[in-house]
Design a protein around this ligand. Sequence first.
Ligand code: GLN
Length: 197
Amino acid sequence: MRQVGVLALQGDVRAHVTTLENLGAAPRKVRQVSDLAGLDGLIIPGGESTTISHLLITSGLRQPLQGLISSGFPVFGTCAGLIMLATDVIDGRVDQWSFGAVDVSVRRNGYGRQIASFESPIVIDGRGTVPGVFIRAPRIERCGPDVSVIATLDHGDGEHPVLVRQGSAWGCSFHPELTSDVLVHGLFLDALQEALR
Ligand code: GLN
């Protein structure tokens, strides 16, 4: 059974833990540096990226996590978690920072404010369709050459990637943990399994 951490400083931690349990992984909430020992991968949940970026510093987790992520530790960021993994954040707050693991430019709240939240089916080539829940979601406006686009969405403003991967770092604009569909987490766990083989 794979030990997968869920960064539990702020955001919708519980929903990720439940999804991982449903997939038979062993989730562990990560709040401090000692929680990282022996993990096979980490999920950074949605929430508020400015708060998560601040709490990563005060918890002492920023440096050890940056080291792990830079050396290929499997990581998956959803919504605010994607912002935390991006190389470039548009409309960010001046004091926020990110790990730079996925070479994308993301615009915070790029699909509109809370009131503009929406749900849309997301087609994952060859794997099926998942419900995409978008809440103050970041919009991916640029992808670097090493980024694989796994799914896109046209929400009336042109097609934008919504699920991407660069090596062992994955990110998505929506919240796969907020529905009972486990396909997206399953893709990450399959890749993690592959990487550990
Ligand atoms: N807009 C939020 C941020 O900038 C992310 C929203 C979310 O995770 N649902 O962090």
